[in-house]
Structures are given as C-alpha cells and as structure tokens.
Design a protein around this ligand. Structure first.
Ligand SMILES: Nc1ncnc2c1ncn2[C@@H]1O[C@H](COP(=O)(O)OP(=O)(O)O)[C@@H](O)[C@H]1O
Ligand SMILES: [Mg+2]
Length: 356
C-alpha cells in the first residue's frame, strides 16, 4: 500500500486550521461591542473634517485590543477614503526612525526612503499629508516597546508634525502596561490620551462565544462538542481572561486528538493539551519582567515546532541581545530547552518547548 495513503491527507479534526494562526483576523467579534462602538464614534469625526482624538487602548494580553482596532479600522477604510491608516507594531519597528519610515511609506509609497534623516522624514510627512488633504491615523501597537527602547521621542515628532502641518495626526497607542500613560511626559500626555479605552479580561461566557465561533470556522462539526469548548473557555478565563490562551488550547487539543488518530476531540485531549501549556502560562504570568509579553510570544511560535535562535529573533523582530536574554531566562526556568545547531557556525542554538 502507498505509504501516504493513510497519513492524513483528509483531516478528521480540522476543516481550516489557519483560523488558529496568531495573525488570523476574526470577522466577527463578540463581547467587545462597547469598546468597538466607542472607537467607531471617535473615528466618525473624520467625516466632519474635525480632529480625530488620539487615544490609548489599554488592557492585559489577549483581551482583543489588536483585533478590535484592526476590525474598526478596516471598516473605516471601507467606509471612507478620507483617512490614511497606518498600522505599526512597535516590537517589529522599535526605533524612532523605523516608525517614521513606516508612516512615510504608508502615506506616500512612492517616496524613496533610504538615507533620509528623521527630521527630513517628519517634514516630508507634513508636506505629503497637507497636499493630500486627508487625515492620518497611526496605530502604534505594543507602544511600550518604544519606552523600553528609549525611543519615545517619536511621540513628540508626531505631535510636532501635526502642529506644523495644521492637520492632526491621530495616534492610537495600544499597550498592556497600565502605567503607560503615567510614563508619558506630562507635556504630551493630554494630547496622546484624549481618549482612553480599557479592555478587561474576558468572562467565561464571553470566552465561550469566542471559542464557539472559532471552532465553527476551524473544526469539523462532528469533531467536538460543547464540553470541549467549555473546558477551554474556563481555563482561559481563569488564566487572565486571555482569548489567545483559549484559542491556543482549543487548537492544541485538536492537535492532540489528531496525533492519536482520533475522530473527535474529547475533554481528555483538552486535559493533555492543558498539561502541555499550563506550566508555561503559569510561569510567564507570574513573571513581572515579561510585561511586554515577549516570552509568551516566544512560546506561541515554539508551539508550532522547534526553531533556531536567529529565526526566533527574526520572527519577533527583536535584537539578538534582547532575545538571547529572554531565551536564557526561560531555559533556566525549565520552560524551554535548547541544543547547539551542529551544522551551523557560531553559537546558533535550536529551541523547543521543554518536553515534560
Ligand atoms: N472578541 C473576540 N472575538 C474573536 N476573537 C478574539 C476576540 N478577542 C480576541 N480574539 C482573538 O484572540 C487573540 C488575541 O487577541 P488580540 O486582539 O491579539 O489581543 P491583545 O491585542 O489584547 O493582546 C487573537 O487571535 C484574536 O483574534
Ligand atoms: Mg495585541
């Protein structure tokens, strides 16, 4: 018999596993109606050619800050051409210069960027925006990375650009750090935080509706039942009301069932998957120095399989020095393990989640 025949071209559990990817954007968002409405009302001012307030979105990891923002801005984009929307992840673009470059690219893709000084980029942003007669909305996701890198001068740059060109740039800062506003310099605090929206942990009920929706899209109807959703929802609700944990647990439970060639995810598989991530989540949650969630993100990408250290830095867009420090810490805490990549020169190591 052909060896590929029975090796799973037909997936018994997942009908679309991609909905469990970290970068999947849900089309339906439950449990965040109030937050979405608040944002939408603020952005609606773009129609009246008045200022769109700058705002700070704050809340613990996995509470929907990023996906709600993307959802609202996508709809805004479909509704009106008056706003230029630029989304920037500050972990991936952690310097003043790269933020400004991304903004200029966003408002004028044709401008050659290379070799321009920050001041020159700011001027250019001003001129282009003024000529376009459009408003700019700049989302700075994981904005605390700029504080940590000591690059928050870019907030002043954006305010300054607004002042010199007369049309405001609205900045949406997204952060896990409740101290973010306080850390902002007094002189810019009121401009940066004209509005502030708090995202709270999801309740078990909200988590259930999120997971039901996701399971509907990703898992065959016959391959799970409500117990499984309930168990995953309860676990995630207990662990910070973090939807990312719930979705990852549901996905890993499916993977466990799949590995056993089962036709259905049972609560036993959820238990097995839980064992796999419980210690990991517990360890990082108590970890105060991981406020930015970097260690959790390392785990998220390692869940999919082992990776070389250099690939980890690349995927997360972080400096080698920062990455190495976190990896070493996680390894000594027994969360991950590593070996030397024999075939590579230098000190490249291969990491994976520690097998218990
Ligand atoms: N209300 C929701 N409905 C559907 N999926 C959600 C919801 N909230 C969060 N998610 C999903 O959970 C994960 C984490 O959400 P995210 O917006 O990235 O959280 P945050 O930015 O607050 O850390 C993402 O995969 C996202 O798609
Ligand atoms: Mg986010």
């Amino acid at each position: 018999m052909n060896i590929f025949r029975n090796s799973g071209s037909e997936n018994l559990i997942f009908k679309d596993e991609s909905v469990f990817n970290a970068d999947y954007s849900p089309e339906e968002i439950n449990g965040r109606e109030k937050e979405i409405r608040e944002m939408a009302t603020a952005f609606k001012t773009v129609e009246r050619k008045t200022r769109i307030p700058s705002m700070i979105l704050n809340g613990p990891p996995g509470t929907g800050k990023t996906c709600c923002t993307r959802y609202v801005l996508k709809q805004l984009q479909e509704y009106t051409q008056r706003a230029i929307i630029i989304y920037i992840n500050c972990w991936q673009n952690g310097t003043r210069h790269s933020i400004l470059t991304r903004i200029l690219e966003g408002i004028d893709p044709l401008t050659p960027q290379s070799g321009m000084t920050a001041d020159r980029i700011i001027d250019k942003i001003g001129t282009v925006l003024k000529n376009s007669k459009k408003s700019a909305i700049v989302v700075l996701d994981e904005a605390d990375a700029l504080m940590q890198n000591n690059e928050h001068v870019v907030f002043y740059d954006l305010l300054r650009a607004s002042e010199t060109i007369g049309t405001e740039i609205s900045v949406i800062s997204i952060t896990n750090n409740p101290e973010f506003v306080i850390a902002l310099d007094k002189r810019i605090r009121s401009s940066m935080a004209q509005m502030s929206i708090k995202f709270n942990p999801y309740s078990p009920e909200e988590m259930k509706s999120i997971l039901t929706e996701r399971a509907n899209l990703g898992i065959h109807t016959s391959a799970y039942d409500e117990d499984v959703i309930g168990k995953c929802a309860a676990f995630a609700a207990k662990n910070g009301g973090d939807a990312r944990i719930g979705i990852t647990l549901l996905w890993l439970s499916g993977r466990e069932a799949e590995a056993k060639n089962a036709e259905k995810i049972t609560t036993d598989y959820v238990e097995a998957a839980k064992q796999h991530i419980a210690t990991v989540i517990g360890d990082t949650r108590q970890n105060q120095s991981d406020q930015s969630g970097l260690e959790k993100r390392i785990l998220e990408i390692l869940v999919k399989g082992e990776l070389e250290s250099t690939e980890i830095y690349e995927k997360l867009g972080i400096a080698e020095r920062t990455g190495r420090r976190h990896l070493e810490k996680m390894e000594s805490a027994g969360i991950i393990e590593s070996r030397r990549a024999e075939e590579k020169r230098g000190n490249v190591r291969i990491f994976r989640i520690k097998k218990k």
